[in-house]
Every structure is written in C-alpha cells, then in structure tokens.
Design a protein. Structure first.
Length: 431
C-alpha cells in the first residue's frame, strides 16, 4: 500500500492571526511569522508532537539567548552552561535573534535545508537598513547563540533514541496496540529518556493511575470510561463536533482512496499553542524582547509537558477506545478523529495545553481574551476564548468528543499539566 503525503502548509496562518487580533500590518519577518517557517518544515517532515516541542524549544531558546541581557531564567535550565557572549556594539538585535532562531531549526530538522531561503530573505530584508559592520556583527552574534544551543541539544540524549530497542505491543487485555486505518507503530516509546529543561525528572508529575481495565459491565472502566466515549461520540452536537476538529492537531492522519493511502499533514498540539502565543504577544503589544522571551518560556514548558506525558503513556500502556469498542461493543463504531499511534493515558493535548495555558496565564493574566484563528485554513470558524484556561480545558475535552481518549485521561491530564506548568512558573518567576 502506497502512502502519499500531502503538505497542508498554512500560508496565511500567522498573517491572519496578527491582522485579526489587532488590525495591524504584519511582516513575514515578524518573530512569530519566522517561527511559522519552522512549523512548515515540521509539517513537511511529519514531526511527532513530542519531537516538535523539542524543536520549538531549542529554536526559541537560541533567540532568547540573543535578547536576554542578564541571566534571566537560563540558570534554571537543566545542564545548561551559561555563556556570556562578547557584546557586539553594532549588532542589530532583531536580526541576530531571528537568525539564531532559524539557524537552530535549520541544523536540527531533517529537512531544515528548506529554511535556507527564508534565512537569505531575512538577511536581505535587513541589508538595506544596516551598515555592513552592523550586518556582519548581527549574523556573528546569531551564530554564536545558535551554536551554543546546538551544543546543548547534543547532550539531551535524543540522539540515543534510535539505538534503543523498539516497542513491542502486548496482546494482554487492556494494553495498547496499533489502531486503524494505518496501524502505525508506537511513536517515541523512549521519549521519557530525553532531558527536560525545567522539571527534575520525567516522572516528577506522575498522574494517578488510570481506571483499571475491565469488561465487567458494572465496573467503572466499562460504565464510565468506555461507555462515556462511546455515547459521547454517538450523541455529539454540532458545537462538540466543531470543538473536536478544531483541536485535532494530528500530524499522522491517513485517509484511504481505493488502494491509495494519503497522509494529511497538520500542525501538532505544540504548534497550535505556539500560534496562540503569537496571538497573545501581538494583542498585548509586547515589545520584541518580551515576545522572544514569551515564546521561549511556552516552548520550553511544552517540551517538558510532552516528556512528562510520554513517561506515563508507556508506563500505563492503556488501550485506545476504538480498539475496545470495535472488539466488544460495536464493530461499526468509529471516532470522529483518527486515533494517534501511541498509548492512550494520559491525553497529550490535555497535559500540554494545561501546561502552556498556565505559563501564558502567568504572563498575560487570568482574563486575557483572544480569538484563536489557527484553524481557519481548514474551513473551521475562529474561536473566541475568555482565557487561556478556557482554551486548554476545551482542548482537553475535545479528545473525548473526538473519541480518542477516555474521560479520566482528559481530566487527569489537565491536573498533570497544570501541576507541571505551575512548577515551571514558580521556578522561573520566584527568584
């Protein structure tokens, strides 16, 4: 069976965001727009949610190194060597910062070479505005920051993942194994070995154990968890269906046309929240340095959230609703979202969204309303939220509506992500 991947690249993605939020002109060289160039390459490469969070984190960290005039939160990062770069008096901060962002992604992503074009365009954009000396020093500073981050990234144990023994599903009742339609193998089973940035260990915020698997019709698993998903999907209303699709963020979606398998490429949950971060920065009129710092903090938080969540996923190894329902209840039942290729508990979107929203709430406040139009490209309406927490709670429940998670995976995932996000907020902001 041939698998054909189709790129869905959100050409108007950030331009729509910035204009709809505060009706200001936007430039392709705005920081969030440049970050979207990185997103486009991730979409092309079908990067998994945890890996995408890692690439966002290191890229944004490089930008932060340029703009931060003091230690900031760098001394809070696990294993990071604080290095003071020699001040370059004529360096232009926006150019150096943006160049560092792109340079790290260019070096780390499998298809990072695709960023060469935007990198050259970035230089050309500033060339007519800066002296030759300023241009030279700006690029030198950007390279220094990028190289320092790239050396740091080499020590996070990511490069050892490919040498680890692959994941072998067990056929014991209640345990995960591949789901239709593509029956893809488990994604990143050893992600909990990758170094975190802020939290002390992958299992620091280990959630409560999932509801024990049981096909006894009187058990909590059967009555509350299993039938909860089954009935939720069967009785979805229009708004719930919209919510499920709005927060789908599945880079592994596969559709079949005859004997042709077509892969639909989408942004990840982390990509969605980096988009929300850009929306918030522009609505709040943050200056350049504040925008860079905010993107760095959110991306680093997302990375730790995925390490923490993946640690639990391959500990509990819980079976997906689709597998149980098709085998024991209804062979024709299908979730409205495609089941992702990894164990069910806890919900990754719930953990990551809650962690990111906790950080964003700290930065922008409890009642920061915004319009999230990241999914307009897909023909879905923009959604208005009164707070980041409202958005993250909706992202969590969307997994139940979509039929890919049980209720406890969503609820406990929210608690897990909130605890993790709160820990990072306290670590960063409590001096």
């Amino acid at each position: 069976m041939r698998l054909l991947y189709i790129n869905i690249l959100f050409i108007a993605f950030f331009a729509q965001i910035s204009y709809s939020q505060n009706n200001k002109e936007t430039s392709k060289f705005d920081y969030d727009n440049l970050l979207f160039e990185v997103t486009k390459v991730m979409v092309h490469d079908v990067i998994s949610p945890p890996a995408a969070a890692r690439y966002y984190a290191y890229s944004c960290l490089a930008g932060y190194l340029v703009t931060e005039n003091s230690i900031g939160f760098l001394d809070k990062l696990n294993g990071f060597e604080i290095k003071t770069f020699k001040t370059k008096r004529h360096a232009n901060q926006p150019l150096a910062t943006s160049y560092a962002l792109i340079q790290v992604a260019k070096q780390m992503l499998p298809s990072g070479y695709q960023l060469e074009k935007i990198q050259l365009e970035l230089i050309a954009h500033f060339k007519g505005k800066l002296s030759e000396k300023s241009l030279e020093q700006s690029l030198a500073l950007g390279n220094l920051a990028a190289n320092h981050v790239l050396e740091y990234a080499k020590t996070d144990l990511f490069n050892e993942l490919s040498a680890k023994v692959g994941y072998t599903p067990t056929l014991k009742p209640g345990y995960w194994y591949p789901t239709p339609p593509a029956y893809m193998e488990a994604v990143e089973p050893h992600w909990n070995t990758v170094r975190t940035f802020f939290i002390e260990s992958a299992d620091q915020f280990k959630p409560v154990a999932p509801t024990p698997f049981s096909m006894d019709s009187e058990s909590d698993f059967y009555k509350i968890q299993l039938m909860g998903v089954y009935n939720a999907v069967k009785n979805l209303n229009e708004e719930q269906t919209l919510i499920a699709n709005f927060w789908d963020c599945n880079p592994f979606m596969v559709e079949y046309t005859g004997h042709m398998a077509i892969g639909i490429k989408k942004i990840t949950p982390g990509g969605h929240w980096m988009g929300i971060t850009g929306i918030a920065c522009k609505k709040a009129n943050l200056n350049f340095a504040e925008t860079v710092k905010t993107h760095a903090l959110v991306s680093l938080t997302l990375h730790d959230a995925f390490v923490n969540c993946w640690d639990e996923k391959y500990r509990s190894n819980r079976i997906r609703p689709e597998t149980v329902i098709n085998k024991h209840i209804d062979q024709q039942w299908k979730p409205i979202l495609q089941t992702p290729p990894f164990p069910e508990y806890t919900s990754g979107h719930s953990v990551a969204s809650s962690a990111a929203s906790t950080m964003l709430t700290k930065i922008f406040g409890e009642n920061f309303d915004f319009v999230d139009d990241t999914e307009v490209f897909f023909g879905l309406e923009e959604r208005h939220f009164k707070s980041f927490k409202q958005a993250s709670n909706e992202a969590a429940i969307s997994r139940l509506y979509g039929g890919i998670h049980y209720i406890d995976a969503c609820e406990n995932g929210v608690q897990q992500g909130t605890k993790l996000g709160t820990f990072i907020v306290n670590k960063v902001f409590d001096k």
